[in-house]
Design a protein around this ligand. Structure first.
Ligand SMILES: C[S@@+](CC[C@H](N)C(=O)[O-])C[C@H]1O[C@@H](n2cnc3c(N)ncnc32)[C@H](O)[C@@H]1O
Length: 282
């Protein structure tokens, strides 16, 4: 069964859970663009890999429960009033955006992946909308009170200038007193604890994962077979650390006002924290 089978169903909480976890491998045939990109194998790994259902399968444990915990704690912490305009930038299937809308915010989820946005659009409502958008560009004439870039959705591009392009676009889309939240991996801890090889079976698919670090990037090679085809993707994320973000943010006209280290909002500790969560303002 592909996710398109959920289109006509009314959505209750259990259906939402099912829907957000629904990552049919068969539906790949419904997305010839993805197959084409995989076969052409352009050097745009983030556009290819994140647009597949396989990405959602491998990361299905990063679910809406985790998103709820973090969104509840961060919005309380920031004291963002209900009704505020929030952008979930690089929203994926919209797990954070959906919960933010349930908290009473007006939410726009943006992502490059047409497949993810098609899935997310099933949840659109009065105060929740989704659109395909490249975060390096400014989105329409939007002005947001908060822009959230969550779960390591940064550092994908070769050019450092593209990182700055993202931050400049964010600045243009953020109101004067608006707040930017970037939730990134804690690269220092990831590098120190890199698991070089791992085999993971999810929904009947066996993923062979190989991780490495070359001094600037963290690589995760992902190989698996499905329906007689072999697939080979490599995630390549810049190992940006606290100082790198502070530099980039400062160049784009932001100052970091707080650093947090996990979704329960404990303080950041480079050795121990799971996450590097930066809160920045203009
Ligand atoms: C690690 S996923 C995180 C998704 C989501 N924030 C979550 O927590 O589930 C990274 C996301 O960034 C998106 N992405 C990659 N490059 C992008 C770009 N240039 N503009 C917008 N989104 C992009 C991918 O499509 C993917 O959905």
């Amino acid at each position: 069964m592909g996710h398109l089978f959920f289109r006509d169903m009314s959505i209750d909480n259990s259906t939402k859970t099912l829907f957000l976890q629904q990552c049919s491998v068969n539906s790949l045939v419904l997305f010839p663009k993805v197959v084409r990109m995989v076969e052409n194998s352009e050097n745009l790994w983030f556009a290819e890999w994140f647009d597949t259902d396989y990405y959602h399968t491998l990361y299905k444990h990063r679910d809406e429960r985790e998103a709820e915990l973090f969104m509840r704690s961060i919005t309380n912490h920031l004291q963002l009033p209900a009704g505020s305009q929030i952008c979930d930038l690089a929203c994926g299937k919209g797990r954070h955006a959906l919960f933010l809308s349930e908290l009473g915010y007006n939410v726009t989820g943006l992502d490059l992946s047409e497949n993810s946005i098609q899935l997310a659009k099933e949840f659109e409502g009065k105060n929740l909308r989704f659109d395909v958008h490249d975060m390096r560009e400014v989105y329409a004439d939007a002005q947001f009170d908060g822009i959230f870039n969550l779960f390591t959705s940064f550092g994908y591009f070769d050019a450092q200038s593209d990182n700055l392009k993202v931050l400049h676009s964010i600045k243009a889309m953020l109101s004067q007193n608006g707040v930017l939240v970037i939730d990134f991996m804690n690269a220092e801890k990831v590098i120190a604890n890199l698991v070089s090889e791992e085999v993971k079976t999810v929904d009947g698919l066996t993923f062979h994962l190989t991780r490495s670090y070359d001094g600037t990037h963290i690589f995760k090679n992902i190989q698996f077979d499905d329906q007689g085809k072999h697939f080979d993707f490599t995630e390549r994320v810049q190992a940006l650390k606290r100082g790198d973000f502070e530099d980039l943010l400062s160049k784009a006209g932001f100052k970091v006002v707080e650093l947090l280290g996990d979704y329960e909002l404990n303080s950041f500790d480079a050795q121990r924290s799971d996450r590097l969560i930066l809160i920045a303002q203009q």
